[in-house]
Design a protein around this ligand. Structure first.
Ligand code: SAH
Length: 464
């Protein structure tokens, strides 16, 4: 079994600090089912490769096995297939890296590296399609070469084994977690007992990415060998854990709100434009997704036309502030009855969202990483399907007009991206076509002749 991890990060030998394995040495790791070695076939400033070689002691495994000996124990793919044994070897060889620690270079742990991962002889039940479904949503470019069933008889066709190369800009820790979970998912055989602690392992290694993965349920099912109760437990806990993490992150970030946009005026104009659009389209019940401290909710509550108003946010702290600012506690009963404030994440399907005919996401999408943004698209447009959906986001072209903003910086530290007008239009057009919506692009704030408006809005109306 062979896994290689290559980077062209400068200096590339930083990889050694992250993996906690000195590139100058050969490392031997004792395993319950054999042994593993970590060595570096290349280690220069420009390019560094770490190789994990696993040597399965097949004879030892048979000797230690309980029950009747069978032919399968002797004739199998264990010595060469990149099976779940490889995942086990990875945790043993790279334990510190997978826990997200680095003694000598702690700042590198969260740094994405250009990585190339190569796995030789990876069994893929379900073929190349499954391989792509697993890794592409995580941002990998996937190269798969199917191995023949038998080199001497090409007419027999391909085997279920692939030599796979994955390329992405990811942290070493995330890359190792992705492989740790996905290798046994691809492999039909899981060589060890699947018990409750497997759910814990899945949760630990899936933290931060699995909950929002489009094939989350299928991954949990295959990883846990279709044990229904475990799968249900795992999926519930994954979503809960992910929401709690997001909640904590948002709280930390709320403290560092920036004043770059001279918030008040632009914010007011944004809310006014959104309200106008809601009125124009005759919306009566509205849910504000990522409502934050409830700025839009306040205006929505003041208008009679809106008979049902909802606010959802992943941050419990933001919701508490919203509750205070809206004075929910002292609100007349009739008003209170039309308002619902609740915690939720807009990357998970949620029945409560279907009770509204219009939805808004004001300055929210730019806080979502690519995996979450595509989950947001599925949840909102694919599953909730509001009749009217309004999305606003900064126009990055306008940033040059903010004097206090250093060139190239985004408006908020937590923004994962900021789009140009063309990028936002292209995104909106793709989403609209995919999910059966018509969309219109509108400016918010004074339009500059060269760089456009400070904020942009897309109004989606369902056509089917
Ligand atoms: N719409 C508000 C807040 C914008 S700030 C306004 O314009 O004032 C972005 C908000 O999105 C934050 O309150 C943050 O907690 C929320 N958010 C980020 N990720 C989220 C997610 N996955 N689900 C729900 N809300 C999220």
């Amino acid at each position: 079994m062979l896994l290689t991890i290559t980077t062209t990060h400068r200096p590339a030998t930083d990889l050694g600090y992250l993996l906690h394995k000195n590139p100058a040495r050969l490392h031997r790791i004792e395993l319950a089912f054999g042994e593993a070695y970590v060595a570096y076939p290349e280690a220069t400033e420009e390019r560094c490769t770490a190789a994990l070689v696993v040597d399965v002691d097949t004879v030892g495994l048979v000797r230690r096995a309980s029950g009747e000996p069978s032919l399968f124990q002797y004739v199998n793919d264990r010595p060469y297939a990149a099976s779940s044994f490889l995942s086990v070897a990875m945790v043993n060889a790279f334990r510190t890296a997978m826990a997200g620690r680095s003694k000598d270079r702690p700042e590198l742990v969260a740094t994405p590296f250009p990585l190339e991962l190569r796995i030789v002889g990876l069994p893929c039940r379900g073929g190349e399609a499954i391989l792509r479904q697993l890794f592409e949503p995580l941002g990998y470019e996937v190269d798969a070469e199917q191995l023949p069933l038998d080199e001497r008889f090409p007419e027999w066709g391909g085997s279920r084994f692939f030599n796979v190369t994955l390329r992405a800009n990811v942290t070493v820790r995330d890359a190792l977690s992705h492989l740790y979970v996905c290798i046994p998912v691809l492999d039909a055989e899981k060589h060890y007992w699947v018990g409750d602690d497997e759910v814990d392992k899945l949760l630990r290694h899936g933290a931060g990415w699995l909950a929002a993965h489009p094939h989350r349920n299928a991954i949990a099912r295959r990883y846990l060998k279709h044990k229904k109760a475990l799968v249900r437990d795992a999926v519930q806990r994954l979503v809960q854990q992910d929401m709690e993490e997001e909640d904590e992150q948002q709280e930390a970030k709320a403290a560092e709100e920036e004043t770059i946009e001279k918030k008040v005026s632009l914010n007011e104009r944004r809310m006014t434009r959104v309200l106008e659009a809601l009125r124009e389209h005759g919306a009566t019940s509205v849910i504000d997704l990522g409502c934050g401290e409830g700025r839009l909710l306040r205006s929505l509550m003041q208008e009679r036309a809106f008979t049902k108003v909802g606010g959802m946010d992943v941050s419990t702290r933001a919701l508490e502030i919203a509750r205070e600012k809206l004075r929910v506690d002292t609100m007349p009963e009739r008003q209170r009855a039309k308002l619902a404030l609740f915690q939720g994440s807009l990357v998970y399907r949620d029945k409560r969202l279907r009770e509204y005919d219009a939805a808004t996401a004001v300055e929210v999408i730019e806080h979502l990483d690519p995996l979450r943004l595509s989950a947001f698209e599925r949840v909102v447009f694919g599953e909730t399907q509001p009749r009217l959906m309004i999305v606003t986001t900064p126009n990055v072209e306008y940033n040059v007009r903010f004097e206090s903003l250093p060139a190239g910086r985004l408006r908020h530290r937590d923004h994962r991206f900021e789009w140009t007008r063309a990028e936002f239009r292209a995104w909106a057009a793709r989403v609209a076509t995919t999910y059966g919506y018509a969309c219109e692009w509108l400016p918010i704030g004074d339009e500059d002749a060269d760089v456009g408006p400070p904020t942009q809005m897309a109004v989606f109306t369902r056509t089917v």
